[in-house]
Design a protein around this ligand. Structure first.
Ligand SMILES: Cc1ncc(COP(=O)(O)O)c(C=O)c1O
Length: 490
């Protein structure tokens, strides 16, 4: 058998690196003109990769050819200025390069000794972000895969902090348990990640209590108080309230101070799900809406959304770092030496649910340094200006309908509803879905629908730093034109 080396000779590695950089540069160069959604179907894409596992190594040129010919043509371009689906960030170039650098060093960011610089960069990045959004910079914090896992990690921390018995020792099945442990959040905009959280924690979905929302989709704090009283009288043990900072359909921001007052009076944990909007704390103009964020016990947000850092980059901040340690610290003789020495640093495996961890912080740290806080603020304002422009277009037209207050952030829902069809909600539901489908089918943009108060509605998440007002105007006109065609075909 010929000698097999894991690594290439340096000159070959450099040449390969150049080839890869060319492919990356091609990708970015095409972003403006290539369709956001490739319009391919699952079975066709699956067939392209239908191959047995490789017994023998292949030339790297064949692997990269597949990247160019099979992978990119069948990939959605979430970095496109006309990608408005889910809440997907646009992916910074510096973040992409940071991922390559991070993978090269390949630290396991669970233990300090395996990741000295990486750990300190994560600690510093958490501190920067906390400071930038107006949270306590001395908080604990950890990068996770995304907002879902951040919510799971936050709720586990809340449970451990608020249960009157030792959750880690006895679990939810303890004889000392005090009735069903319950969590509260607004009913309309509850994100499904909270369902995942109660599932994974074994609390049961009935533990998630949906509090009536007000007209502006924020939680009704009066109704929350009443629900807490009723639940306690029925034997439940409320332990946590979750507030929205940027809700999934309309970007609503709950009355954070109102929630903090209730949580404080009743000894509840206040978690803010800021996956979409907590980073808005960087903007002075949003500070009034976000006042009180520093009073929350924990805040989660996604750097892979509005900050534009490549996936995955969720983050959880917890005001009292000890609460994280009490929840997650584990002891195993093979993880730590028998006694501390001068190399004993912060072990992130004691502050979050993961043991082995990739170096997510590097791409966040580099993105923040590269653009600076002012650069990021400019991007945020641009996305917000796009959402405001969309609201103007919808408000000023007679074939679209406003379904939410003026957008505070970059997520905006609205409905196509020409005068002739108003009142026929079932038909409008169907046609709104068709507009969204046609937009995808014609490769004009990628947008999705949702339901607002039960009705099918257009929903644009204008999260991309590459989107301009012109992209919004063109997408709106495309929706209108498709709507007109549908109307004529009725
Ligand atoms: C409000 C809210 N919370 C949590 C999440 C979950 O985040 P992730 O998809 O990163 O797990 C999302 C995702 O869109 C969200 O909008």
């Amino acid at each position: 058998m010929p000698d097999l080396h894991p690594d290439l000779p340096r000159a070959e590695f450099e040449a390969l690196g150049h080839d890869v950089i060319e492919l990356l540069a091609d990708y970015y160069a095409d972003l403006q003109s290539a369709p956001a959604f490739p319009g391919c179907q699952p079975a066709d894409v699956a067939a392209l990769f239908d191959a047995p596992p490789p017994d023998r190594g292949e030339p790297v040129s064949a692997i990269l050819a597949d990247w160019r010919d099979k992978i990119i043509p069948n990939s959605s371009r979430q970095g496109s200025p006309r990608w408005f689906g889910f809440v997907n960030g646009s992916g910074s170039q510096i973040g992409a390069l940071a991922d390559a650098l991070a993978s090269t060093v390949n630290p396991n960011c669970g233990g300090w000794r395996a990741s000295p610089a990486a750990t300190e960069i994560e600690r510093r990045t958490v501190r920067w972000l906390a400071e930038l959004i107006g949270y306590n910079p001395d908080c604990g914090g950890v990068f996770l895969s995304g907002g879902t896992m951040a919510n799971v990690a936050a709720l586990r921390t809340a449970l451990c902090a608020k249960a009157t018995w030792d959750i880690n020792a006895e679990g939810l099945q303890s004889r000392n348990g005090a009735g069903p442990m319950t969590v509260y959040m607004a009913d309309h905009e509850t994100h499904v990640s909270l369902v995942r959280a109660v599932d994974l924690l074994g609390l049961g979905r009935s533990a998630l209590r949906a509090v009536p929302s007000r007209k502006d989709f924020t939680i009704d704090v009066g109704a929350l108080e009443q629900m807490l009283d009723v639940d306690i009288a029925a034997g439940s043990t409320p332990f946590c309230v979750v507030g929205h900072v940027g809700s999934i359909n309309v970007g609503a921001i709950d009355d954070i101070n109102g929630l903090a007052d209730i949580a404080g009076r009743r000894n509840l944990w206040l978690h803010l799900d800021g996956a979409c909007g907590a980073l808005g704390g960087m903007l002075p103009e949003l500070r009034p809406q976000l006042a009180g964020m520093s009073r929350a016990d924990s805040v989660s947000f996604d750097a892979h959304k509005w900050l534009g850092v490549p996936y995955e980059a969720g983050c959880l901040l917890v005001r009292d770092i000890e609460a994280l340690r009490r929840t997650y610290a584990m002891h195993a003789t093979y993880l730590l030496p028998a006694s501390d020495n001068e190399y004993s640093g912060l072990n992130y495996f004691d502050y979050g649910p993961q043991l082995s961890r990739g170096w997510r912080a590097l791409k966040v740290w580099m993105t923040l340094r590269y653009y600076g806080a002012d650069g990021i603020r400019t991007f945020f304002r641009q996305t917000m200006a796009c959402a405001k422009r969309l609201h103007e277009l919808v408000s000023g037209s007679d074939d679209f309908e406003v379904v939410q207050p003026a957008p505070l952030l970059y997520i905006y829902s609205f409905r196509w509803a020409p005068k002739e069809l108003r009142g026929d909600d079932a038909l409008l539901d169907q046609l709104n879905q068709r507009i969204s489908d046609e937009l995808q089918r014609r490769l004009l943009a990628f947008a999705m629908t949702t339901r607002i108060r039960g009705r099918v509605t257009q929903r644009l998440s204008i999260c991309s730093h590459r989107t301009t007002v012109a992209d919004i105007e063109a997408t709106f006109e495309n929706m209108r034109a498709i709507g007109q065609e549908l109307l004529q075909g009725l």
